[in-house]
Design a protein around this ligand. Structure first.
Ligand SMILES: NC(=O)C1=CN([C@@H]2O[C@H](COP(=O)(O)OP(=O)(O)OC[C@H]3O[C@@H](n4cnc5c(N)ncnc54)[C@H](OP(=O)(O)O)[C@@H]3O)[C@@H](O)[C@H]2O)C=CC1
Ligand SMILES: N[C@@H](CCO)C(=O)O
Length: 291
């Protein structure tokens, strides 16, 4: 690693950075290094890992970071969903114009290999996708149902686990799941989608009484996102039976892919969290060609 930045500073060294020392510097001083944060963009590197907070619309500052790397023919690996959910076509045009590749496994489903599976099948053989795509909302719904706990209390627990977005309304209002669905739609249809194309409803208005009522009937509520065979994209709370494949618990995610050759694939696993997300980022780095 030759550069490492946060919002207020950067550590840059072409001979390699001591990550432990940079993190210790952040603990002590509040930033990973003394250099200007923007200095990391001009550093000597092969691949930029973009993991700034996901933002909507112009996807600032993530998009500009991606642009700076691709214009220098560097590879990009994203954990940040903004650039590939909101500006997929712009990102791919930049990649097509140069020698850098863009990968973004971590943006959908945390540690589980959703994008790699679609690539492996070939997107033209995947007709639809649906699933539980937000670990925070799933944690909140499953804890509320299992423990009868209040919404605010459970959301605070999810924030402590490090799975909630910097702005947790993204999670509970369905925005994060919608961004992931827009990314899936872009992968399946070769671009053209953003958050504006997703019909979104979150879980904020799901009362614990609705979960109790559903449980009496052997059912529960899950925040389900889907890209339909017609290309429609939507996210909302849905009733599912307690034993349904989609009724994963805690921060687990599940993605169901409808495929022409393999039928329905179910891929589930840890969909959020620091080590989980880092594993997907590193898997992408390993998939990049040598520069
Ligand atoms: N956490 C998870 O489970 C998952 C997260 N993601 C995505 O990964 C990204 C990171 O998530 P997470 O680590 O949880 O988020 P955090 O909010 O914990 O961390 C974001 C980091 O970005 C830094 N940052 C902010 N602005 C800039 C900037 N202009 N230049 C350089 N660095 C900047 C922040 O610096 P500072 O420390 O100074 O504030 C902080 O270190 C988000 O886009 C999120 O949506 C994707 C999958 C799973
Ligand atoms: N906040 C997101 C992180 C993973 O993208 C979640 O809860 O699923």
């Amino acid at each position: 690693m030759t550069a490492f930045a946060d919002s207020t500073g950067a550590a840059v060294d072409a001979d390699g950075i001591d990550a432990e020392a940079a993190l210790e510097h952040k603990e002590r001083v509040g930033s990973v290094g003394e250099a200007d944060a923007a200095a990391a963009l001009g550093a000597d590197y092969d691949c930029l890992v973009e993991a700034t907070p996901t933002t909507l619309g112009d996807a600032h500052p993530g998009f500009e970071h991606v642009e700076a790397a691709l214009e220098r023919d560097r590879h990009v690996v994203l954990a940040n969903k903004g650039p590939v959910a909101e500006r997929y076509d712009d990102v791919m045009a930049l990649a097509d114009a140069g020698a850098g590749e863009v990968r973004f496994e971590a943006t959908v489903g945390g540690a589980i290999p959703v994008i790699a599976t679609i690539e492996g099948m070939d997107p033209s053989h995947v007709t639809a996708a649906r699933g539980v795509l937000n670990g925070t909302a799933n944690f909140v719904l499953s804890r509320m149902a299992a423990e009868g706990l209040g919404y605010e209390h459970v959301l605070a627990e999810a924030q402590d686990l490090g799975v909630a977005e910097a702005d947790p309304t993204f999670d509970v209002d369905g925005t994060d799941a919608a961004l992931k669905c827009a990314i899936l739609a872009n992968v399946l249809h070769g671009g053209g989608y953003s958050l504006d194309d997703v019909d979104v409803q979150g879980i904020r208005d799901v009362p614990s009484s609705a979960l109790e009522l559903a449980a009496e009937d052997g059912r529960t509520v899950r925040l389900i996102g889907e890209v339909t065979a017609d290309g429609d994209v939507r996210v909302g709370p849905r009733l599912v039976t307690e034993h349904d494949t989609l009724a994963v618990t805690g921060t687990q995610n599940i993605v169901q892919l409808e495929t022409t050759n393999a039928g329905r694939l179910n891929i589930s696993g840890r969909g959020a969290g620091g080590p989980e997300t880092a594993s997907a980022v590193l898997a992408d780095v390993g998939r990049l060609p040598e520069r």
